[in-house]
Write a protein that binds this ligand. Structure first.
Ligand code: ACO
Length: 335
């Protein structure tokens, strides 16, 4: 038994009300429901409404996670938000969440690791909990990608959605919690998937769903992506990371009850399952409904799986992520 191993005691999520379907996108760019469904698995995505910003979505997810954990905001020691689309550069999204939920005893900061941001943040939380298991830590993944997408670029705009997911962690004194993990980065490949910080596109007063439909988005930087390269790297690196971690820990894929991956693309996830010789039934997906919400996608999926009763005490879970940077990682959890 490892004293002070980080364990998740509550999950929560928040998705904006506005649903943007593939049919809606047919009115925005030269695309079709059929193309998007077959190439990505996505049928619809959620888009932040006017005035809805990343820290608000993050706070709503946090409140749900705190309620499930039975922890008050004042009991939190630390808040980490994984995001690349916070509405402010300074203060951090985490500080805005702290203010919003009233976590006056916590220290707070953001982690920038694109789609891997939530898992990177979990890793930091776990390292703290190894030394101080009494801590209560809030970890969030939250994104407003609709604000950073070029809605005239059909190669990218069909892929992304908005949302937030959260977990409350504390130190475990049992076998449950984070058993093993490995994180990776390769900055040499940054140009394959990038988002320029200058100038900022974010405009909190805009309803991005409406602006997109009218081709009337604020000016500014947007995603740039070499889709096929990202696809190849994602499948290869995620696959190798899973195999290496399981080999190191002496765990077989048959022992895994559920894989909760970053929701990038259904074809990436199917290729990953094939590469690992893993039944796709063991891969939890939300990509159909929510698209790719970067750092938010895994915690949103985890919360849904949890609330649906898919996670039983004692289950072995695998988290697998890949994103811009490149960054990627894998985690093995005992639920
Ligand atoms: N609607 C219709 N046609 C489109 C669209 C669209 N939305 N987007 C591209 N096309 C066209 C292209 O212009 C191209 O046309 P052409 O042959 O006349 O030039 C044709 O479709 C094929 O384009 P490809 O890029 O070859 O299509 P591909 O099969 O590679 O699929 C996709 C594109 C879905 C982006 C794929 O490469 C992919 O899934 N890549 C992974 C990217 C990803 O998931 N990124 C998310 C961020 S990273 C992350 O989260 C890990």
């Amino acid at each position: 038994m490892t004293a002070g191993r980080g364990t998740i005691i509550g999950t929560g999520s928040y998705l904006p009300e506005r649903i943007l379907t593939n049919r809606d996108l047919e009115q925005v760019v030269n695309t079709s429901d059929e193309w998007i469904k077959t190439r990505t698995g996505i049928r619809s995505r959620r888009i932040a409404g006017a005035g809805e910003v990343t820290s608000q979505m993050a706070s709503r997810a946090a409140v749900e996670a705190l309620a499930m954990a039975g922890v008050t905001a004042a009991q939190l020691d630390m808040i980490i938000v994984g995001t690349i689309t916070a509405e402010m550069v300074m203060p951090s999204c985490a500080c805005l969440v702290q203010k919003e939920i009233g976590a006056e005893n916590a220290f707070a900061f953001d982690v920038s690791a694109a789609c891997s941001g939530f898992v990177y943040a979990l890793e930091i939380a776990d390292r703290y909990l190894k030394n101080a298991p009494e801590m209560k830590i809030l970890v969030i993944g939250a994104e407003t990608l609709s604000a950073r997408v070029d809605w005239q670029d059909r190669n990218t705009c069909v892929l992304f959605g908005d949302g937030a997911g959260a977990c409350v962690l504390t130190g475990s004194t049992t076998e449950e919690g984070l058993l093993a993990s490995q994180l990776y980065s390769d900055g040499r490949l940054w140009q394959l998937l990038s988002l320029d910080a200058r100038p900022r596109r974010y405009c909190p007063a805009v309803d991005y769903g409406v602006a997109a439909a009218q081709n009337n988005m604020p000016e500014g930087a947007a995603f740039s992506m070499a889709g096929k390269d990202v696809f190849k790297h994602a499948v290869r690196e995620m696959g190798d990371a899973v195999v290496n971690l399981l080999d190191r820990e002496g765990v077989s894929l048959d022992d895994i009850d559920l894989v909760v991956p970053h929701q990038a693309n259904i074809r990436i996830l199917k290729s990953l399952a094939e590469r690992l010789d893993l039944s796709f039934k063991k891969v939890y997906t939300t990509i159909q409904k929510y698209g790719n919400s970067s750092a938010a996608s895994l915690p949103v999926a985890l919360d849904e799986a949890n609330r649906e009763g898919r996670l039983q005490k004692g289950d072995l879970l695998l988290f697998s992520v890949f994103g811009g940077g490149f960054t990627w990682g894998v985690m093995l959890w005992r639920w």
